[in-house]
Design a protein around this ligand. Structure first.
Ligand code: OGA
Ligand code: MN
Length: 296
């Protein structure tokens, strides 16, 4: 088998979102295969692997080719409510008995925050490098995941706006993203855990040297700016960054694995029939440092 990586849409998006073939990622990779995939991630930002019947174990093993795994944060679940292991983020609409969460369920409402454009773990001091999402059960229709190319977003900003963005630092918190969808049902302890963290608005990719806009719906303030002005500015940038020409929409098939680089992309989930099961398991490769410790 020869590993090959090709653009999914070579005409309209030759440099964003690739599909990988000729590799079985449920088995240990050779060093050369792992290096080719990492290089493909640098080139395309998002990679799709089809027909990979991963278990949580084999998904973790594959993910560890790219770094240490983050502990999953899992949407307000208490320890007793964890359905999956400590390194598997439960991106499903299921409770511990594998029943679909009711419409008013608090965790379901919190998890609707993924419908807003974001980058995973930007609300953590050390944000995520890669996320790897495996489709175990999908609904009959809907439930796409969309990805936006934040390198292209940066490259196409006018020079004045680039200069304005370059020194800026934002505060990110899940309290900000949930406020946007009108979710404020937090305990005092959750509020404490969601204390804002600082992240640069512009980051430089450690392997490619390319700059990208580091936006997420978790970003709620810009240091030194009045809040309404900051929010209006971040909203304008997000609108620019998520124009359709910068977006790949992934329609899931069972046993797809999609890997994205959170340092260079944003993503969001799309709606589906909430009475159907959608069970996705995510592993997350941790970043190396806060963006505050990176050069802009
Ligand atoms: C995620 C996420 C989107 C989706 O797994 O981090 O945002 O479509 N998922 O489930
Ligand atoms: Mn996400």
């Amino acid at each position: 088998m020869t590993l090959t990586i090709e653009a999914i849409d070579p005409v309209s998006r030759p440099f964003f979102a690739g599909v990988v073939s000729g590799v079985d990622i449920t088995k240990p990779l050779t060093r050369s295969e792992a290096a080719q995939i990492e290089k493909g991630m640098d080139a395309f930002g998002v990679l799709v692997f089809h027909d990979q019947a991963l278990t949580d174990e084999t998904q973790m093993a594959f993910s560890r080719n790219f770094g240490e795994l983050e502990l999953a944060t899992n949407n307000l679940r208490t320890d007793k409510e964890q359905r999956l292991g400590a390194h598997i983020a439960d991106i499903s609409n299921l409770d511990n008995d594998n029943k679909v969460l009711g419409r008013e369920n608090r965790r379901r409402l919190f998890s609707l925050g993924t419908r807003l454009w974001h980058s995973d773990s930007s609300f953590k001091v050390v944000p995520a490098k890669f996320s790897l999402l495996s489709a175990r059960i999908i609904p009959d229709a809907g439930g796409n995941t969309e990805f936006a190319d934040m390198r292209a977003a940066w490259d196409t900003l006018d020079p004045e706006t680039q200069a304005e963005c370059l020194p800026l630092v934002c505060e990110h918190s899940q309290l900000f993203s949930r406020a946007l969808i009108g979710f404020g049902d937090f305990t005092d302890e959750e509020r404490k855990n969601f204390a804002p963290v600082q992240q640069r608005l512009v980051r430089t990719h450690p392997s490619t040297g390319r700059k990208s806009l580091y936006l997420a719906s978790h970003a709620g303030t810009i240091l030194g700016w009045p809040t309404p002005e900051a929010r209006a500015f971040l909203r304008d940038l997000t609108e620019h960054a998520t124009q359709r020409k910068f977006v790949y929409s992934h329609k899931w098939t069972m046993n797809d694995l999609v890997v994205w680089d959170n340092r260079a992309t944003m993503h969001r989930s799309r709606p589906f029939d909430a009475t159907q099961v959608r069970d996705m398991h995510r592993t997350t490769v941790a970043g190396m440092r806060s963006t505050m410790a990176e050069a802009a």
